[in-house]
Design a protein around this ligand. Structure first.
Ligand SMILES: [Zn+2]
Length: 339
């Protein structure tokens, strides 16, 4: 007992000495200004932000170095669409979603990045020779999904436009979108679970949506399943576990992981049902939310799915003949907050 006590005292002494040393170090650092610089760096990189929500109403203030000309050139040089096959482009839009599905000259757009990305996305899609988007889907009203949507409506001939009903949203980008739709004499079409639409044999079905304006807009997400040949693709938007638990899911080949790989989504039960061969995570490099979460990555790895991430792999192009899927990684970035 005596020895133990002695050890405790010496430990206390040691701790006190360490505290004194740290205090002196902090004092010296603050005198030299090093600490202020570290604080500033943390604030700039957003490391101080530990809130896990992707309802980002603040557009990044980082300077934009990319130009539209560069985007057009990069897309023209690096993206090759196989017009005989199904092409799905998961655009690298940083901490946001933007997915373009192309099939035999027809197109479906699911989300349009943050507000600042809108112009880049428009120029990128135009560089692919596309003038009309047959179906435009805004999964839900958060900025990282529909921030750039007004640019899409302004710049393309839009066939049908889908978005969950949301009257209480007052954000600038949402109002801008409503104005753009009015100017184009387009209106938001309400789609419901079980509704279907297709482009040249690529068949979409609505698996989930909520028009009742729940507090958590993520759970209003329009979730789409795409069937092409014998392949199935599931686009989760930011739908969370509550939605995952709300129905039975088909076994799919490719999963666009829900909510950027956040802990709120991709439950084990859900994953057991969908069991994708390929999982795609749309996520920003060094994002302040720490996404994708390790727990989700481990869960995905355990079921043996191959993971692709826009932060590591850039824009991801999936090409399918209806029986298998080929992945091409493309170094084109549409994120206005990154170089
Ligand atoms: Zn999101």
């Amino acid at each position: 007992m005596g020895r133990k006590k002695k050890r405790k005292i010496s430990k206390k002494l040691k701790n006190a000495l360490i505290t004194i040393a740290i205090t002196i170090l902090i004092y010296l650092l603050s005198k030299t200004g090093v600490l202020t610089a570290i604080d500033k760096a943390i604030a700039e990189t957003g490391l101080a932000d530990i809130v896990d929500t992707t309802d980002t109403s603040v557009v990044s203030t980082k300077p934009t170095v990319k130009t539209n000309t560069e985007i057009v050139e990069k897309v023209a040089q690096n993206i090759q669409i196989d017009s005989n096959k199904l092409n799905i482009l998961f655009f690298d839009v940083g901490q946001a979603d933007c997915i373009l599905v192309l099939n035999k000259g027809k197109s479906v757009l699911i989300d349009a990045g943050n507000s600042g990305d809108g112009e880049f996305i428009v120029n990128g899609i135009k560089a692919l020779g596309i003038e009309k988007i047959d179906y435009v889907v805004g999964t839900h009203v958060h900025e990282d999904h529909i921030g750039g949507m007004s640019y899409i409506v302004d710049s393309f001939d839009v066939g049908e436009f889908y978005l969950p009903y949301n009257e209480t949203t007052t954000t600038t980008y949402y109002k801008k979108l409503l104005t753009s739709l009015t100017e184009k004499e387009e209106s938001i079409i309400e789609i419901n679970v079980g509704d279907k639409f297709s482009v040249e044999g690529a068949n979409f079905e609505v698996m989930a949506v909520d028009h009742s304006e729940p507090e958590n807009a993520n759970n209003t997400s329009i979730v789409l399943e795409l069937a092409y040949g014998n392949q199935k693709y599931l686009f989760m938007g930011d739908a969370e576990t509550e939605v995952e638990e709300g129905r039975k899911w088909n076994d799919v080949d490719v999963l666009k992981v829900g909510h950027h790989g956040s802990n709120t989504s991709t439950s084990q039960e859900f994953l057991n049902q969908v069991a994708p061969e390929i999982s795609i995570i749309s996520v920003g490099e060094g994002n302040s939310y720490g996404l994708p979460k390790d727990k989700i990555l481990t869960r995905l790895e355990k079921i043996g799915t191959t993971i692709y991430r826009t932060d590591n792999d850039g824009t991801i192009q999936l090409i399918s003949d209806g029986t298998s899927n080929e992945i091409v990684k493309i170094d084109v970035n549409f994120d206005s907050s990154q170089n």
